[in-house]
Ligand binder design. Sequence first.
Ligand SMILES: Nc1nc2c(ncn2[C@@H]2O[C@H](COP(=O)(O)OP(=O)(O)O)[C@@H](O)[C@H]2O)c(=O)[nH]1
Ligand SMILES: [Mg+2]
Length: 353
Amino acid sequence: MSSLVYALVGKAGHGKSSTANSLSASEHFLADDSLESVTSSVSSFEYTTVTGQTLVCLDLPGAVDPKELAAKTPSGLDALACVIRKGRLTDEALASISQLEVLFGQHFWAHAVIVFTHCTCDLDRLKSDLTKLGEDHVLNKVIKRSNNRVAKIDNMTRNAEQLTADVDYIHQLLAQVSTDTRKKYEIVAFTRAREATLEAQIETAFRQNDADLQALKNRCLQGLVSHEDFEKKAQELKECHELLRQLRRDIELEQAQRSFEGWERVKQFACYTGIATVGIGVAAAAAPKLAPTALCCVAGYAFVKHAEASTAKARADHCRHDALRFREERLRVERSQQCKESGSDSSWTLLDA
Ligand SMILES: Nc1nc2c(ncn2[C@@H]2O[C@H](COP(=O)(O)OP(=O)(O)O)[C@@H](O)[C@H]2O)c(=O)[nH]1
Ligand SMILES: [Mg+2]
């Protein structure tokens, strides 16, 4: 039987690492209540429960790198445990719960188990407290979208029996996710959601950067900023602009790469299907019904051709992005060399670049 792979997500300090230790009955994960986040990279641990079930637990840092996550979970995640500290939730904590969907994509809740930590009461009491909050409360909305998979735990309890019961129930709900969804949470959904957030942030930063530069120019023209200070600040803004541009290119390149790989797979599939269809067509040719035979052949051929054309287009797209990035990089180097040789600065032309 293959292992069940799950990740713990949620706000820093809500008890992800402690819950990971409780679930895996280990001290593998570093838990701390310091103000700084102690989990800086994806940490994973494989363990087997007393019932013989093998699980892989991933403890995620606040800023997860999609590539690192994808490398640790090549076949996707079976479930996600959304860890929330029980207690009076601040607006910020509630916003961070809604943010999870922005970060992990809209399918996130369908794969989630909501785990309340610091919970000393029993599950029935927790559920009745939640009901009192009303249907429209953020917590109840996400619980509903998670197919009512709610669990609780007190990682600091001295009651070993209670801890075992809570851990067992969480394991049960994690396994239930696969039964409920019948598919994995694919990291590509996370990658896309992450990219969309990053793109929005880049656009805002671009606008801010341009506005800052314009304001700086105005201040310089009014004599409020010395030329020296202007040059220094303009150079900083220019570097920031360049960095944002590169980030955007990186995202575009990765998207083009994904599209290319996707079409490559479709082409392969189409080739096999096309060959099979032509084969059936040829076999059917022996029979008197020539019209459907010819139709089969044409359909198979058209399918292969369409996939070939799409792959070529995706490949061309990918090459174009790559070439564009390369050209920009070269231009940047050339321009900075020219500036060095002439002793001038091209910051005035920043917005036209
Ligand atoms: N009382 C109590 N403390 C907890 C519980 N879970 C975590 N903690 C404490 O909360 C702090 C933050 O926990 P940690 O697991 O590092 O949170 P993370 O940042 O989400 O990984 C630590 O001091 C833990 O000891 C719990 O269920 N009950
Ligand atoms: Mg942690």
